[in-house]
Design a protein around this ligand. Structure first.
Ligand SMILES: *[C@@H]1O[C@H](CO)[C@@H](O)[C@H](O)[C@H]1NC(C)=O
Ligand SMILES: *[C@@H]1O[C@H](CO)[C@@H](O)[C@H](O)[C@H]1NC(C)=O
Ligand SMILES: *[C@@H]1O[C@H](CO)[C@@H](O)[C@H](O)[C@H]1NC(C)=O
Ligand SMILES: *[C@@H]1O[C@H](CO)[C@@H](O)[C@H](O)[C@H]1NC(C)=O
Length: 560
């Protein structure tokens, strides 16, 4: 595993792939940036959109005063915070997206480099972190504050990955020097399961396999990618046999600190055949070289694979620019936005150069060589500890960036970022408003949610749901209207945990009044295709999504 790239080879890379050059690509400049908040008081290292259109964000507790105070009298004693043992500032906030009103929240133990998942009952589950927080779990329920349980986890979870499972549990995989996984709620019979793949894929000098990419596949197995390799993990048989997929052909590491990004492309009926896309990363040796002040060009490649094929193979392609620490967000249209990151160096303190402020939009359905479009540049570089997530407006919320141990606003190359931006994909252009559908009604079995849950339309697996929408300029054609459900992902360290877009099976829409249309769609067929819980549902007409609304997909056989 521990091959390093020779210096002559690197010089060839340097001359063939100049960093941040887009010259051979058509200048399709589109999309817009909006500064939502010049400061949310913290740096959005971790972000989660919650049902009810709130953004939950947090950074870490042990690196000095943030720029937002806790309510009076709520100081925190933190002996492990050498910068500030008595801290009266917040390190987590809740932002109401429609009104942009902001509330500081209290986290007691350190959430640095942690993992999270929205639970089926709309509580947000967060696991691990660093130091006093590395065995802690935390729950956040709609309008309250964090509640923490320390010493819950069976192993230290720092740089681990979560995935919500079909039965409503969460698997927590890996973490620094943790070659194992566990579950929430805890499995008392088997509190910890060994997973040697994470030991085998660990590079001695740089790891390159932290925050493994995990995707739940529609057959119930988990696709797990670490460093350059992928396996299928079958939990129904305690993980055995482990099916090995081919390694990514260019042998470039893709996980922290050589952070690339990965998404499950939209699952489409009737087959829901899963396809994974992995983009960016940093060549082996980049981390050590960056520690020594040499910043190697990042990877330019993406790989795509159908992991459930009989003989899966990777299809490789080039991005318009090299990128490490990019964030990939699947949009309601099925296109993938790749945003943030740098063209040289790696993740880690002070270890990246050449910020890539131009997002690219990837259309997976176009022919290879024709899939990338360049988007307008953000004025703000976002490097290590930045994140990006989709909201119901169809925007991508982009925040964070802090390559420093503390909050450092001056005298540094890339100051700690407290701002929150929204990237508006081209489909949000006002010139497309005539095509934009507006959902006026959704009906299914029931409305509701249990005690403490956020109200949403509730639908069972495979059940029919009616959708009524208005649109001013209805385009004709069979495939022109699509209804999709999107899991709100937990974004951190270049990976959107749980991110998932499922296209619903549906009939043709019918006009029921001037400008008003109706169609029936079916909820996803199984919890393997779409694990239970809250989804943002979008109607997409002629490539233009309307405002999303919250639906809850529920098992009828068990209470989750
Ligand atoms: C901190 O917040 C104040 C307003 O409360 C603002 O003026 C200042 O610019 C913020 N600092 C940073 C670095 O964003
Ligand atoms: C980094 O510098 C150290 C000390 O000079 C040296 O031993 C090491 O080989 C260097 N590593 C790389 C990857 O350049
Ligand atoms: C960041 O700020 C801390 C605390 O003020 C300081 O000790 C540290 O040297 C600064 N880091 C950099 C890279 O300037
Ligand atoms: C949601 O489920 C989790 C796990 O079972 C539980 O700990 C939490 O209290 C639940 N939240 C609500 C609002 O009931």
């Amino acid at each position: 595993m521990a091959t390093t790239i020779s210096l002559p080879l690197l010089l060839i890379f340097l001359s063939t792939f100049p960093s941040v050059s887009y010259s051979q690509y058509p200048p399709i400049i589109a999309g817009n940036w909006k500064l939502l908040q010049s400061s949310i008081g913290i740096s959005a290292m971790h972000m989660q959109v919650l049902p009810g259109d709130k953004l939950l964000a947090f950074d870490r507790t042990d690196f000095g005063p943030s720029n937002i105070s806790l309510p009076a009298g709520h100081c925190r004693q933190d002996p492990s915070d050498l910068a500030l043992p008595t801290d009266c500032t917040a390190h987590s906030i809740l932002l109401d997206l429609p009104s942009l009103s902001l509330r500081p929240l209290s986290i007691l133990t350190d959430t640095w480099c942690s993992s999270g998942s929205l639970l089926p009952n709309s509580s947000f589950f967060q696991s691990g972190g660093f130091n006093d927080g590395d065995h802690t779990i935390r729950l956040f329920t709609s309008d309250s504050d964090w509640s923490e349980t320390s010493a819950y986890l069976s192993a230290r979870r720092w740089y681990s990955t979560n995935q919500l499972l079909p039965d409503g549990r969460v698997i927590i995989i890996g973490g620094r020097r943790q070659f194992n996984y566990e579950f929430f709620p805890k499995d008392h019979i088997r509190p910890l399961t060994s997973f040697p793949f994470l030991d085998e894929t660990r590079d001695g000098d740089a790891e390159n396999n932290l925050y493994p990419f995990v995707h739940l596949l529609p057959d119930g197995t988990l696709f797990v990618f670490a460093n350059t390799r992928a396996v299928l993990l079958d939990l129904s048989h305690n993980g055995y046999p482990l099916r090995h997929l081919p390694a990514i052909p260019d042998a470039v590491p893709r996980n922290y600190p050589s952070s690339g990004s990965s998404v499950l492309l939209p699952l489409r009926p009737p087959s829901h055949s899963p396809e994974i896309l992995i983009c960016g990363g940093a060549p082996r040796g980049s981390f050590q070289a960056a520690l020594n002040g040499t910043f190697y060009p990042a990877a330019r490649t993406c790989g795509r694979i159908y992991p459930l094929d009989q003989n899966p193979t990777w299809a490789m392609e080039d991005m318009p620019t090299a990128r490490v620490m990019g964030d990939m967000v699947v949009l309601p249209t099925g296109d993938v936005l790749l945003v943030n990151g740098a063209a040289a160096g790696t993740a880690g303190w002070e270890l990246a150069r050449d910020p890539v402020t131009v997002p690219v939009l990837y259309n997976p359905n176009k022919p290879a060589g024709n899939r990338f479009g360049l988007m307008n540049r953000s004025p703000i570089p976002r490097l290590y500890h930045s994140s990006a997530v989709l909201d119901t407006y169809g925007r991508v919320l982009v925040g964070g960036s802090n390559p420093h141990v503390c909050y450092n606003f001056t005298n540094v190359m890339f100051p700690t970022e407290l701002s929150l931006e929204a990237f508006h994909p081209p489909y949000l252009s006002a010139s497309l408003d005539g095509l934009r559908p507006e959902v006026v009604a959704v009906w299914a079995g029931e409305r509701g949610g249990g005690a403490g849950e956020v109200p949403a339309t509730v639908v069972g697996y495979g059940e029919e749901m009616g959708v009524r929408f208005t649109v001013k300029e209805r385009k004709v054609g069979g495939e022109v209207v699509e209804v999709v459900v999107v899991v709100p992902a937990f974004g951190t360290h270049s990976f959107g945990m749980n991110q998932r877009v499922v296209v619903l099976e549906g009939g043709r829409d019918e006009q029921v009044a001037p400008y008003v249309y109706e169609l029936m769609v079916k909820a996803p067929p199984s919890p393997e295709v779409a694990p239970p819980g809250y989804y943002m549902m979008f109607v997409v007409h002629a490539g233009v999504p309307g405002r999303g609304l919250w639906v809850k997909i529920q098992r009828r056989d068990v209470v989750t």
